[in-house]
Each structure stands twice: as structure tokens, then as C-alpha cells.
Design a protein around this ligand. Structure first.
Ligand code: DON
Length: 568
């Protein structure tokens, strides 16, 4: 439907509603949901809603959701992975960033992914090797957040997931497809054993599957907290598993036991009449803020879903990626010139590089204040991640992206869950020919750069407007930028914002979904030098969003995955 038609039909609907109301007894305006969960699997959403209905907070619900996702969407996230979470406190209007990113073992070096020939190893080898795993941080992060913002007891948040694991759940189609795929992780012995039925065939969508080992792990986790997996027998099994095979990890029990999640103020920047908040680096959040900062200096808000709107989006996106790829790493180890990258004069200069008529050659990184020499980035990210948004009845909100890195992480299982291969998010080369260090080179205790960018949007009074985010590897930043433009500039409801075509523009690449644009847009972009490339590009999106409106919450779940947004 075109915008004109959409607004016309809305107008018509309002007129009809008005005349009906006038003719009949006055009806109280319908009140929409006041609490809502949007996540990638319906059972996970229902587990979250149950916690909210029992009086739990948004963080309590996030734990129940994560526990079910680890069972029903293990290709994307779980107890063996990491996460970034942005949290809005309705009472204080404070936005906090929780960092549950995996850390490299203390023994990791900058040459973590160099092969015996002294050269960076092929990614295909690295992703299933023990050394690809970082210390899992998602559960420790949720535990920290729950100790600050939980209302129910930690031990009571795992019941639904435990029941589904012990008594059986319906195999989701995406999980079955990932299990049957050619991904090297799906071919690992643990993954093959887990997904193969006694008759030798793989699990099929809709069949009932159980995971008693996961049920037992959840019982222990409920009773003991994160030390159930970071210490004791499960930790010992993790260490043993990561030392197997040709590329063993340096992971020790001490690495696991000493994992520390972090809570810091979120990075917030104005965007038009809103404020957008994200976690700091090494998350991809500040890059989204740079993209928005550039777009704020354009009139994209006057071009909903049209040629110029998408053109501006693509050009801002290229500038944003050029900087993010050069400068972002773990700020505990490298200085990330975030203030410089988000400074008004820098954003002015970046925005001026956009030729409003026709796309020029690929832009390079800029030279923001505080930037030292940095080697070109050689980070490559494939997929396996998920996003959830939750708002509780008190108005507190969680926007959380959670991941095992690529599908089923490294394909190794302990305690019924997969171990991550997140360290492959580090740059495979440590330096350039002149010896300039890569911001995202591996180091002991360092957290790899991420694209994950869970966002929370506030209004001028500091009230919650929306939460949004997506998986998708490096494309996450473009996916999130698109959803935010859809919601905030083009004033679309969340379901329409997430359904907008994806467009990932970097360097000379314009990867997209050409069939999803309104008529004429693809040709119009082509005439402006933006030739959209269709076909698969990296990992698809899984955008989830919830927005507060005058009549309650409304949500959106990416039609490209299996998610739903439900409220009450
Ligand atoms: O943290 C990151 O940027 C990546 N490990 C995320 C991977 C991802 O989103 C895969 N997509 N589904």
C-alpha cells in the first residue's frame, strides 16, 4: 500500500469509527496493552508474558525468554553465549547498558587466529575450533541486571524453559533448517548427535523434541545462579571441550570463574525530537548513533520510503560503516574515538560528503578527534543471534541482543547448550604492513567488537518511546538504523517499520531486498548510482520493536523469522 493510500485508509477508518461512535453509546477509547514481549519464538514470548503477569519485571521476563530461546532457537543464543542489553528504568528515567560480551581467555594473543604457517587461518577452520570460544557472559549479565531490577526470585524464572526441555517442545522450522544445513557447526559431532533421531534422520519441524540435559542445567542455574555454568562440573566440561581438536583454546577454569559483566550508563544522543540510547563500544550502538547523526542533517524525514529517502539512507550508511570498521574495538584495550565520531562538527563534515544527486566512490573512514593510526579492519562476522524487547506494566523496558555468534556457535555442546564462537568477531590480522594495530585485534581478557546495538528511544521528557534491535552480524547496524528511521522519521507502526526492505550499504556494496520496495524506487536508486544487489547477504534480520503510543503499546516482529510481539 502506498503512503497516500495508507493515510487515506486510516483517515477513512477514523471517519467510520467517529460516525459509529456518534450514533451509538459513547465507548471508552480502547486501551492497548500495557505490557508486552517481542522475541523470536512464540514459546519464549509466552514464558516472558507469564513472568510479567506474575508481577515480574522486564528483566525477570528477559531471563525466562532467554532460557526458552536457548532451547528453541539454539542456533542463535543461549547459556553459552554473550549479550548486550539496554535497560530503561521508568522511575528514574535512567538508561543503563549491560555488557555480557564474551571475553578472550587470559592466554589469548593477537595471533589467536594465525595458522601454523604464520598466516590468518580460513574462517571456516576458526569457527569450529576451541579457540573461537569466549567466556560466556549472557547469564552473568542477566543475573547482574536482575539483582538490580528484578522483582521475582531468580530461582522462579526458569520453570517454563525447564518444563519444555524436560517434557518436550515443538521443533521450530528455523531450528530444523539450521540443523539440516551445511553449516560446519551443524556437522560437528555434538550437533549431529543432538539433532539426529534414533532412526538416523534429523528432527523435523513440528516434531516433539526433548533436552533433558538442558532441563538439568536450568535446574542447577535456578538454584545456584551463574556459577552453575562458570564454576564446578559444567565449567570443567566447557574447558575440556574447548581443549579438544586441532585448534584448542587457552581457556582455563579461572577464565570462566572470573568473568565480570558490566553495567554502565548507556550512550544517548538526540535524534530530532527524541533521544536514542545504546550500549557503548565494543557494541555497535555508537555506530548507529553516528548513522542517525548523519541522517539528522538530511531531510530523510520528508521522504518516507521513497527514492530520495532510501538514497540518503544508503549514503549515510556507507559513511557510518567506514568509520565503525576502522575505529571500533574494546575500549578497555584500545581508545575508541567515540566522542570525536559523534561530535557535531564531525557529523556536519560527514553529512556534507553526501552528494545529494548521485553516489560517488566508496567513502573512507574520516579523521575524528582522538583517532590514532588504525589498521584497516579484517573482521568477518557470520550469523547466529537474536533480539528481544520487553516492556513491563510499570513501564520499565529491556532491549537485548543475545548471541552465540554463528549458527549453533562452534557446534560443541555442554549441559544441553551450545558454546559460542564469538572470538571470531576479532580481526584475524593484528596489524597492517606498517605495524599500525587493528582496533579489534585479539588480546587476553579483551571483548571482541560487536555489531549488536540494542536501542531504547526516549522523548524530550525522558519517557520511553520505543525499544528496537536485530541480529544479522555486521548488517545489524543497518537493520537497526532502518527500524529507527521507520519509527521516528517515517512514523510507521513497529510492524511496518520492521517489514521495510533491508538495505546494507558499505564500501561499493548495496545489498538489499529489491522486491520489497515500492514501485519505481529500485530504478530510481539505480539512476542515482545505487545499484541494489539482491540475493542472500550474510545473515538475515530478526528485527523486534515495541513502541509506546497514547493508546498503549504496539509491537512488531520481523516477518523474516518466527518471532511474535504479544501484550496484555
Ligand atoms: O556480536 C556480533 O556482532 C555478532 N557476533 C552477531 C552475529 C549475528 O548477529 C548473526 N546473525 N544472526
Amino acid at each position: 500500500m502506498t503512503y497516500a493510500k495508507r493515510f487515506l485508509s486510516l483517515g477513512l477508518a477514523t471517519l467510520i469509527a467517529a460516525s459509529v461512535t456518534a450514533a451509538q453509546a459513547p465507548a471508552a477509547p480502547e486501551k492497548g496493552p500495557t505490557a508486552m514481549v517481542a522475541a523470536a519464538e512464540p514459546d519464549a514470548v509466552d514464558a516472558g508474558l507469564k513472568v510479567l503477569k506474575a508481577g515480574g519485571s522486564a528483566v525477570d521476563a528477559a531471563i525466562a525468554v532467554q532460557a526458552v530461546l536457548g532451547l528453541e532457537e539454539p542456533q542463535s543464543s543461549g547459556l553459552g553465549g554473550g549479550s548486550f542489553m539496554t535497560y530503561y528504568d521508568a522511575k528514574t528515567h535512567q538508561v543503563t547498558a549491560y555488557n555480557g560480551r564474551e571475553t578472550a581467555p587470559a592466554g589469548a594473543t593477537a595471533e589467536l587466529f594465525y595458522g601454523p604457517d604464520g598466516k590468518p587461518m580460513p574462517k571456516g577452520q576458526a569457527i569450529v575450533g576451541g579457540r573461537s570460544a569466549g567466556v560466556p557472559g549472557a547469564i552473568a549479565m542477566l543475573h547482574l541486571a536482575q539483582s538490580q531490577h528484578g522483582k521475582l526470585a531468580w530461582k522462579d524464572l526458569f520453570g517454563d524453559a525447564e518444563h519444555l526441555a524436560a517434557d518436550g517442545f515443538h521443533v521450530p522450522a528455523r531450528m530444523a533448517a539450521a540443523a539440516a544445513s551445511n553449516a560446519p557447526q551443524a556437522r560437528q559431532p555434538d550437533a549431529v548427535a543432538y539433532f539426529t533421531k534414533p532412526d538416523g534422520t534429523k528432527v523435523q519441524p513440528g516434531e516433539i523434541m526433548k533436552n533433558p540435559a538442558y532441563a538439568a542445567t536450568l535446574k542447577k542455574l535456578a538454584a545456584e545462579g551463574p556459577k552453575a555454568i562458570l564454576e564446578g562440573p559444567i565449567a570443567a566440561e566447557i574447558v575440556a571441550k574447548l581443549h579438544e581438536g586441532p585448534y584448542p583454546s587457552a581457556m582455563t577454569l579461572k577464565d570462566l570463574a572470573s568473568y565480570k559483566p558490566k553495567a554502565t550508563p548507556a550512550v544517548c544522543r538526540p535524534y530530532r525530537e527524541y533521544t536514542v540510547c545504546v550500549p557503548p563500544a565494543p557494541s555497535g550502538g555508537p555506530a548507529v548513533l553516528e548513522g542517525l547523526g548523519i541522517l539528522q542533517r538530511t531531510d530523510i524525514d520528508k521522504h518516507p520510503n521513497d527514492i530520495q529517502g532510501w538514497y540518503l539512507f544508503s549514503q549515510a550508511s556507507r559513511l557510518m560503516y567506514a568509520d565503525r570498521d576502522r575505529y571500533y574495538g574494546d575500549p578497555d584495550f584500545v581508545s575508541v574515538p567515540m566522542e570525536g565520531l559523534l561530535a557535531a562538527d564531525y557529523l556536519d563534515a560527514r553529512a556534507k560528503l553526501i552528494n545529494l544527486d548521485k553516489a560517488g566512490p566508496a567513502p573512507g573512514p574520516g579523521n575524528p578527534k582522538g583517532a590514532g593510526p588504525r589498521a584497516p579492519d579484517r573482521t568477518k562476522e557470520p550469523g547466529g543471534t537474536t533480539h528481544l524487547v520487553i516492556v513491563d506494566k510499570d513501564g520499565n523496558a529491556v532491549s537485548m541482543t543475545t548471541t552465540v555468534e554463528s549458527i549453533f556457535g562452534d557446534g560443541k555442546m555442554v549441559g544441553g547448550f551450545f558454546l559460542n564462537n564469538q572470538l571470531t568477531d576479532f580481526s584475524f590480522t593484528a596489524k597492517d604492513q606498517d605495524g599500525a594495530p587493528a582496533a579489534n585485534a585479539p588480546a587476553g581478557g579483551k571483548r571482541p567488537r560487536s555489531s549488536m546495538a540494542p536501542a531504547i528511544v526516549l522523548d524530550k521528557q525522558g519517557r520511553f518511546v520505543a525499544g528496537a534491535g536485530s541480529p544479522g552480524g555486521p548488517s545489524i547496524i543497518a537493520f537497526n538504523l532502518k527500524v529507527l528511521v521507520g519509527l521516528l522519521d517515517w512514523k510507521l507502526p513497529p510492524q511496518e517499520a520492521v517489514a521495510l526492505p533491508n538495505l546494507i550499504a558499505f564500501d561499493t556494496v548495496y545489498a538489499s531486498e529489491p522486491a520489497k520496495f515500492p514501485p519505481g524506487v529500485v530504478a530510481g536508486l539505480g539512476a542515482k548510482g545505487v545499484a541494489l544487489r539482491g540475493g542472500p547477504f550474510g545473515e538475515g534480520s530478526g528485527e523486534q520493536a515495541i513502541q509506546m503510543t497514547a493508546s498503549g503499546l504496539r509491537g512488531g516482529a520481523d516477518p523474516r523469522r518466527e518471532g511474535v510481539a504479544r501484550g496484555y
